[in-house]
Design a protein around this ligand. Structure first.
Ligand code: M6R
Length: 608
């Protein structure tokens, strides 16, 4: 989604904005721009395309003088990617420049009203309405004009505003779209995300909805909508800057795949003490747990696929019915929720608009909400009754890998914890689970060491047209993830099916040479899977099987096999996902795709 950077300081703003925007490229965008006050007026430079185009037209920012400015990368929603639709958007006289993330839902009504009053619009964007409204309501006090506008707009926004009449300040505000403030030495920043400012400061404020910031080089004032000062806690970011750099890898995705053993260890280890799972961070009690009639898991994309795993393992071990929902569907289907339901929300970014809306709906209806989130202090984390952080570190590639693996790890930890609270595990089962958890990072590492085999398999199939992933039970959950990984970064059409369901329609798509990736890790379902493999082979499919090293009989049926180490059935998804991620990565690389920033996609989807 769009990215915002704002700077007020002593050095030339444009190069700082450009390098900040570069760090937000991972969010996905199709145009970029900036507005800088040059001592006399606000100067705007913006262009469709990659940031490199903006760099070229401004000579790396050198052609844009001034020490205060706002920058933006736009992911088009209202109006196609074009120079004129890029941000910043300016008001009719050029007095106000605005950058915006989110969507102004009532922009058409507002636009019509302004047009009737003679205001001429130049772009198709919803954001231009904000710039024009600011000028319309401006009577000499910028913050007052901002408040007038906020009273009229509906939707989600993070806004950065520059006004010619107050050339030493940026006014910023957010609602349902992330925005942080960076606190530097004689320089301050606004940004959509930490990497944008990490090279200049590690001290930040995370803004809450409806907080207004007046940012100058020497001061940051945060006000509420009644213009009362708000006390903010400084949050110190302690990641290594290199965590948000490629560190010698060709792509962030490759680096993040390789970081998985560490990320999973960092997520599990602090929660294991004396052979027990300990969650100091959650307040959910055994009594509350006993009162839950149902658990809902709500998430989007890959996080939803973790939810599918959670459904299987929670139901099997905790013995409470679990429903898993795509967040964008959940909130509009009038879910039956109340104090007797636990809603488990999963999100890497903690800012996904649909997931956040589902969480709010769950809270409104009185359910207990527990979130699994990677970004500390994000909105979903802040608004949940309990939060469990995945310690994956910053994930930059659009295709999630290490965050996904850490979410799985939390699901296992939580399953053991909840099952134990309800007395569902024998001491032996409990001890076995702990031993399996402790062994996971090394097993993941062993698969990564064997990655050349997957690279070879990718070289055989990188030019196929369709790929079907099939599996049963947890292997079906992994098929969903394997298929999404492949299509999002390699643009190869792919689908995932519950293997037993093929014969009810889908098998008609299988023809000579169709690649079927058959996941057959679950011991109890292995024979059934082999029958399904036979069915597709009979119709001409080429089958790549993924199974554990104990199930070598697969060689009788599959054309190619990739073996993963054995583990307890519940934790096999953590192992089978690794070859699927690697396969997608290598295929995409062999096809020459933009692996870290696939077309049309954004890292954090902050609009509905
Ligand atoms: O930040 P979130 O985990 O809430 O994001 C959810 C999805 O947008 C995300 O998992 C998406 O599907 C990934 N691109 C998949 O690789």
């Amino acid at each position: 989604m769009c990215g915002i950077v704002g700077y007020a300081g002593e050095v030339q703003a444009a190069p700082v904005l450009l390098s900040g925007l570069e760090k937000l490229e991972y969010r996905g965008y199709d145009s970029a721009g900036m507005a800088v006050y040059d001592g006399e007026a606000i100067r705007v430079a913006k262009a469709k395309g990659r940031l490199q185009v903006l760099r070229e037209i401004t000579e790396d920012g050198a052609q844009v003088p001034g020490v205060i400015g706002i920058g933006h990368t736009r992911w088009a929603t209202h109006g196609a990617p074009s120079d004129v639709n890029s941000h910043p958007q300016v008001s009719v006289s050029g007095k106000f420049a605005v950058v915006h993330n989110g969507i102004i839902e009532n922009y058409l009504q507002l636009k019509e009203k302004l047009m009737k009053k003679g205001v001429a619009f130049v772009s198709e964007t919803d954001t231009e309405v904000v710039a024009q409204l600011l000028e319309y309501y401006y009577k000499g006090d910028i913050v007052d004009a901002v408040i007038q506008v906020l009273r009229r707009v509906e939707g989600s926004y993070a806004l950065g505003v520059l006004c010619e009449d107050a050339p030493d300040q940026i006014v910023a505000v957010r609602k349902d779209s992330p925005l942080i403030v960076g606190l530097g030495q004689r320089e301050n920043f606004i940004a959509s995300d930490v990497p944008a400012i990490l090279s200049r400061t590690r001290d930040i404020y995370r803004l809450n909805d409806n907080e207004i910031v007046i940012l100058k080089k020497d001061s940051v004032q945060v006000l509420n909508m009644d213009l009362e000062p708000v006390e903010k806690q400084v949050c110190h970011i302690d990641w290594d800057v290199s965590a948000a750099e490629k560190g010698g890898y060709e792509h962030f995705m490759a680096k993040e795949i390789m970081e998985q053993p560490k990320a999973v260890r960092d997520t599990i280890s602090p929660r294991l003490r004396g052979g027990r799972v300990v969650f100091d961070e959650i307040s959910l009690t055994a009594e509350q747990l006993r009162s839950f009639r149902k658990i809902y898991v709500v998430a989007c994309g890959s996080a939803y696929h973790v939810g599918v795993v959670a459904k299987y393992v929670l139901e099997q071990n905790v013995r409470i019915p679990v429903e898993v929902d795509v967040a964008s569907e959940f909130r509009y289907r009038q879910p039956i929720l109340g104090p007797d339901t636990l809603v488990l929300v999963i999100s890497q970014s903690g800012e996904t608009a649909d997931t956040l809306a589902a969480l709010r709906e769950a809270r409104r209806l009185g359910a207990y909400t527990l979130s699994i989130v990677n970004v500390v202090g994000s909105t979903i984390a802040n608004e949940s009754d309990d939060v469990i952080y995945t310690w994956a570190g910053p994930e930059i590639a659009v295709a999630t890998t290490k965050a996904y693996s850490t979410q799985l790890a939390v699901v296992y930890l939580l399953t053991i914890y909840l099952a134990d609270l309800l007395g569902r595990l024998t001491p032996q089962q409990y001890a076995d689970y702990i031993a399996e958890l402790e062994a996971l990072p090394e097993k993941i590492d062993a698969i990564l060491k064997n990655r050349a085999n997957i690279q070879y398999l990718a070289s055989k199939f990188f030019n196929v047209r369709d790929v079907f992933f099939i599996g049963r039970n947890l292997d079906y959950a992994m098929s969903l993830e394997g298929s999404l990984k492949l299509k999002e970064i390699s643009y190869i059409h792919s689908d995932a099916y519950a293997a037993g369901e093929l014969k009810h329609g889908t098998i008609s798509l299988v023809e000579d040479g169709t690649l079927v990736i058959a996941l057959a890790t679950q011991r109890t379902l292995f024979d059934k899977m082999m029958s399904n493999v036979k069915e597709v082979k009979t119709r001409g499919a080429v089958v790549l099987g993924v199974t554990t090293s104990l199930q070598r009989q697969i060689e009788k049926e599959a054309d190619y096999v990739f073996y993963i180490p054995d583990a307890c059935p519940m934790m096999l998804p953590s192992l089978s996902v690794i070859p699927l991620q690697l396969f997608a990565y290598y295929v995409s690389s062999m096809k020459g795709c933009d692996i870290d920033k696939p077309r049309n996609l954004a890292k954090s989807v902050t609009v509905e």
